[in-house]
Every structure is written in structure tokens, then in C-alpha cells.
Write a protein that binds this ligand. Sequence first.
Ligand code: FES
Length: 193
Amino acid sequence: MGGDRQYPRAARGIGRRSALGFGLGLLTAPRLALTQTDPARERPQEGDLLVKIGGDATTALKAADLPLGGPQILAWPIDPANKTVRNGSRLNKVLLLRLDPAGFDAKTRERSADGVVAYSAICPHAGCDVTQWLAPSQRLECPCHFSQYDPKAGAEVVGGPSPHGLPALPLKTVDGRLAVAKPFIGRVGFQQS
Ligand code: FES
């Protein structure tokens, strides 16, 4: 005798559906887990503040914290709501540079805040951090193969083997602090990624 005969038909149906659902749940759970992203690895989000890498991770940067005329500093985005520093992926490294906005082209001026521009710090050629600042020519330079970028013109490539410019991260200010206005423009990463 089948044990389920003591249950009404509807209940048996629910039981079968539940079992089916449970089975599907087992099948889909790993996929769901994979799609749930770690907030520390998520790319910069609108409203994120910025904290200096190697500095005080609790103090959001203001334009005045950056030297006018360079060099750049590297920063992590931080979610102001839960204080998650998005340092779970090095592709989230942000390069911040403060210059006289009078020299910016239109798109760079639009993306800047208080003279500060933000770009991905990851060189698109082979992934080194773009850490050099050439003050006389006002260019960013990658120390690995010497690709150069013009930060006043959208960080377009102006020398070296890089296949394209640095993705821009539009900024705004919130209560005097630098904040992300929009996600990265362009794909962050490098050729071999
Ligand atoms: S990694 Fe930057 S130029 Fe090669």
C-alpha cells in the first residue's frame, strides 16, 4: 500500500511540487551562490566614497586631500552605507588626480569634481598599476612598458603599447567628499585578462 493514500489528493500534489521544488532548489542553489557577488568585489557604485590605499580606510577623501598638479594617488571605493571597502578585486583600484580643470576637455570636465579626475589604475596593456606622473608633460605613465595617458583628455593613450585608454570613473561631491557619480566608463582590465 502506498503511504500517501492517507493524504488528500491536493496535499499529495503539494507534496510532489514541494519535492520537485526542493530538488530544483538543490540544482539551482550553487548557481545562485555563484551569482551572488561579494560587495567587496563589486565594481564602484554610484554614491561610493573613496579612501586612500595604504591610508586611513575610514576617512573619505576630499579634493583638498590631493596635491594640486599631481601626482596621482590610488584609492578604493567604499560603500558609505555599510563601510564595505571594495578591495576584494584589484580591478577596483581607482587613480585620483587633481589638476586645473581649465585644461580639461569637455568630457573630462563633465566627469570631474573640484578638479579631480578618476580613472582605473589598472593599465589595459598587461595590468600593472599606473603609478608614474610625468609633471612636465602632465601625463600618467605605466612603469611596466611606459604607456602614457593624458588625464586631461579622458586618459587616452598618447604613447606606448596600451591598446586603449584608462576607463574613466565619473565623480561628484557629497558633503564635500569625493564620490562616484557613475560606474566605470569602459571595460576595466587588461589584454591578458
Ligand atoms: S602593463 Fe602598462 S604598459 Fe604594459
